[in-house]
Design a protein around this ligand. Structure first.
Ligand code: ATP
Ligand code: MG
Length: 363
């Protein structure tokens, strides 16, 4: 069986460090591993509209931002098809058929949707499109027969729901769709990177992000005001590591080389953590180290972004080509789905023949 990746992001803002460690970095590694037959990367504008219906301009403006972030982080249009969701109507059509295979109570139980509804203060006014976006996500995944979906932990319930839809579809209509597997980050700190304010998730909607395109000065400012251990007041106080953003970010980003080059007094992160816990290590010193660690990873991404920013029409060409390739694959799957559901009347010679014979015999 082919190995196929599908994953993506909502164009609701520039991409941040959570996106990077949760999924984007992994995608680039998988892309360059050469182990996959096809890689589809989707800019989920239709999904973004489910909670931004009154602000289409925001979504429209952010498509290029996400595309620039992708290319500058190392997605290569020669190896990955980057496409725009709304330009592939087959995805909407699949969603409509899958809706019949999912109950309202099953959607209501989806913990990520529950949480996002709370976060957005929808209360009773939940847009139907938003409520059903896990079904549309199942369409995105299955349209490309994706086997592998590299995403952050918040997406686990979505992939589970997609797997259920595949099983249900295949049992009702015959083997047609492929069950996807989630691919979570190996590093625990990357499963759900917290925001700079210490909140559970770095998220565009919460305004607690460090963006891939932030300048060195912005990274510095954000790290210096980052949430640490509120009880670690004087340098000599013992400090807490749990829930301390600075250490979580170091878990997610720091490498052996960073210690050798920027902090040679410590062999590794464990030693630094031990010192902090004992007391005698100030936040400022650790923060300064984190700034260097982050900037070392972000600098090449920034450089590449500046290069692509000079050729915006070229970036749209990349998106158009990727969208065309994705369209063809989605069309093929939709035809298979409709044949399995027997809603392919004009192609079904057998149906026409049987019905003609039925009426002939009446004569
Ligand atoms: P929004 O607030 O608009 O929902 P978001 O910041 O949650 O935006 P998405 O576009 O919903 O971002 O997420 C895209 C991908 O990035 C998903 O795979 C998601 O799991 C991953 N991701 C987003 N935020 C984080 C995070 N803080 N840690 C790890 N992965 C993340
Ligand atoms: Mg999200």
């Amino acid at each position: 069986m082919s190995k196929i990746i599908l994953t993506g992001d909502r164009p609701t803002g520039r991409l941040h460090l959570g996106h990077y460690v949760g999924s984007l970095k992994r995608r680039v590694e998988l892309q360059n591993s050469g182990e996959f037959d096809k890689i589809f990367i989707m800019i989920a504008d239709a999904q973004a509209l489910t909670d931004n219906a009154d602000n289409p301009e925001k979504v429209r403006q952010n498509i290029i931002e996400v595309a620039l972030d992708y290319l500058s982080a190392g997605l290569d249009p020669e190896k990955s098809d980057i496409f725009i969701q709304s330009q592939i109507p087959q995805l909407t059509e699949l969603t409509f058929y899958y809706m019949n295979l999912v109950t309202v109570s099953r959607l209501q139980r989806n913990p990520t949707v529950k949480n996002e509804i709370l976060m957005r203060n929808f209360e009773a006014s939940i847009p139907v499109g938003f409520f059903t976006y896990p079904i549309s996500q199942a369409s995105d995944i299955t349209a490309f027969k994706a086997t592998t979906v590299p995403v952050g932990e918040d997406q686990e319930p979505m992939i589970e729901q997609a797997r259920e839809i595949v099983r249900k579809f295949n049992s009702v209509y015959g083997d047609t769709l492929v069950e996807p597997n989630i691919l979570l980050p190996d590093n625990k700190a990357c499963l759900r990177l917290p925001g700079t304010d210490g909140k559970a998730k770095m998220s565009k909607s919460l305004g607690n992000c460090i963006y891939l395109s932030d300048t060195e000065a912005e990274v510095k400012r954000k790290v210096m005001s980052m949430y640490t251990d509120p009880e670690h007041i004087r340098v000599e106080d013992p400090g807490k590591i749990e829930g301390n953003c600075v250490f979580i970010y170091l878990d997610a980003f720091s490498t052996k080389e960073d210690f050798e080059e920027f902090l040679p007094d410590y062999a590794n992160l464990d030693e630094l953590k031990e010192h902090y816990k004992r007391g005698g290590l100030g936040d400022v010193k650790v923060k300064k180290f984190l700034i260097r660690v982050l900037n070392r990873q972000l600098e090449p991404i920034r450089q590449k972004r500046h290069m692509y920013e000079k050729d915006i029409p070229g970036v749209y060409d990349i998106l158009q080509k990727g969208t065309k390739a994705a369209y063809e694959v989605a069309q093929q799957t939709l035809e298979e789905v409709k044949a399995a559901m027997k809603i392919n009347y004009f192609d079904d010679k057998e149906l026409i023949k049987i019905q003609s014979e039925k009426y002939k015999s009446i004569d």
